[in-house]
Design a protein around this ligand. Structure first.
Ligand SMILES: [Zn+2]
Length: 322
């Protein structure tokens, strides 16, 4: 029997799906499994699902306990990695101060860690992706909201409680829109997929004809960031403007981050990063106008290389390094 503990089990606990993988030290993914989170059913049911998903992945990959160094779960939201507690998660209704690390450790008798998903993505990109061999890096996950992860001197920076990197909730408009976090004018309300959707839905209501609405088959609620991106590709003027505006605010936030961290690289991942240069080129222009010139000349703002695997690989790195 192989008892070298050369694999870790990692989970990405999303609002819709739980993704599980068994990963080796060099980042090779040896097995994958996916099942629904059933988030609406509350913490107890979700946790049962997590345990079952881990057991299923272990048995499908024909692993033995002796092969597995431990488990790391990556979760969106306020995740206290020090005490192993999920304080809250935007994707998981009813989760308040859930001692997830202890529950999983007791259920599976394997060492367990938990980590914010955006921090996990930063670790993954740093070890295996666009941030390899780079000492100081910021990773931005831009999707429905905005998450962040910080690498300082080759190490993940999590702050006193594991919360560091919540860039999405820094104000870019002092008295702007009210955010669910309690703050006003948060970055993610102006520079995320939700911002694009909100603006598009507002604008199409006053337009006689709109590519955006046509692409959403006439259903305003069906408009997504992708719909707007496709309409922008077709040169729909409103769609182009919405993307430009989003990129502008994205750049405003990046300028602050560059002044604070002076990173060698900012890696941009998450669903909206698929906009590519449509998002990054105008954002770099805003950075050039606003941030200090030396860090602006130094920093490279690039897209994620690992895409959907960044968080899983980062969770593996976190477990191997723990
Ligand atoms: Zn906020």
């Amino acid at each position: 029997m192989n008892s070298s503990k050369n694999k870790v089990m990692v989970l990405d606990v999303g609002g819709t799906n739980i993704r599980v993988a068994a990963i080796m030290t060099d980042g090779t993914i040896v097995s994958r499994y996916k099942c629904p989170t059933n988030a609406a059913k509350g913490p107890e049911k979700v946790i049962k699902g997590l345990v079952k998903a881990i057991k299923t992945t272990i048995s499908r990959a024909k692993l033995h306990d002796g092969d597995i160094k431990g488990i790391c779960l990556s979760i969106a939201g306020s995740v206290d990695n020090i005490n192993g507690i999920v304080n809250s998660s935007p994707h998981l209704p009813g989760w308040q101060d859930v001692p997830l690390r202890e529950i999983i450790e007791d259920a599976l008798e394997l060492k367990t860690e938990i980590l914010n998903d955006a921090s996990a993505a930063a670790l993954g990109e740093h070890r295996f992706g666009a941030g390899r061999d780079i000492k100081n890096m910021v990773h931005i996950t831009i999707g429905t909201g905005i998450g962040g992860g910080i690498i300082i001197n080759n190490e993940l920076y999590l702050g006193a409680n594991g919360i560091a990197g919540e860039f999405g909730h820094m104000s870019v408009v002092a008295n702007g829109l009210k955010c669910s976090c309690g703050n006003k004018g948060c970055w993610e309300l102006y520079a995320s997929g939700s911002a694009i959707e909100r603006e598009a839905r507002r604008i199409v209501k006053s337009e006689a004809e709109s590519y955006i609405l046509t692409l959403a088959e006439g259903n305003i609620d069906g408009i997504t960031g992708r719909t707007v991106a496709r309409a922008a590709d077709l040169k729909d003027r409103s769609a182009v403007k919405i993307i430009e505006n989003t990129a502008y605010y994205f750049g405003v936030g990046l300028a602050g981050i560059i002044n604070i961290f002076n990173p060698e690289i900012i890696v941009v991942g998450g669903g909206l990063s698929s906009l590519g240069e449509k998002l990054l080129r105008p954002a770099r222009k805003v950075v050039k106008e606003r941030a200090f010139s030396l860090p602006t000349r130094t920093v490279k703002i690039v897209r994620s290389q690992l895409k959907d695997n960044a968080g899983l690989l980062g969770a593996a790195v976190y477990m191997y390094d723990s």
